[in-house]
Design a binder for this molecule. Sequence first.
Ligand code: FE2
Length: 164
Amino acid sequence: MRTLKIPDDVLCETLLDEYGTPEQVRRHCYAVAEKARCLAEGRAVNMELLLAAALLHDIARTKKDHASVGADFLKEHGFADVGDIIAVHHELPMQEEFRISEKSLLFLADKLVLEDRECTLEERFLNSMKKIRSPEGLRKLEKRFRQAGKILNLLERERGLQEV
Ligand SMILES: [Fe+2]
């Protein structure tokens, strides 16, 4: 099996420094990583990979198309698997809605954190609505939160089954 290349916490910090990611964005990333850790507890996902992706997911937040710009930066540094997860943290491919994976968990964790604190999906949705300027933007936002809701339901259903 191929060994994954995953940056440790120190290297994640170095990469954020190198990119010049602002402090406020970094605090959001730490909070998302903490949320992702809670969501992933006891799940069949690679926690180390998920946490590195969470710490770095908004590395390029100040750029247009920040998800793909950030993913490319990580890939250039040899962290292709982390890059793949970051690439879809904003727009999740449909097939990921139906499974618990590093991609779907990061996507969800990001929507359960507002700035650097935990929030509900509804709160985050309403906050994002303020920035919407077009019907197309609203359609995309609604889709994103529908997807996040599905993943949350999936997690809750699985947890329910485990408790039986
Ligand atoms: Fe982002």
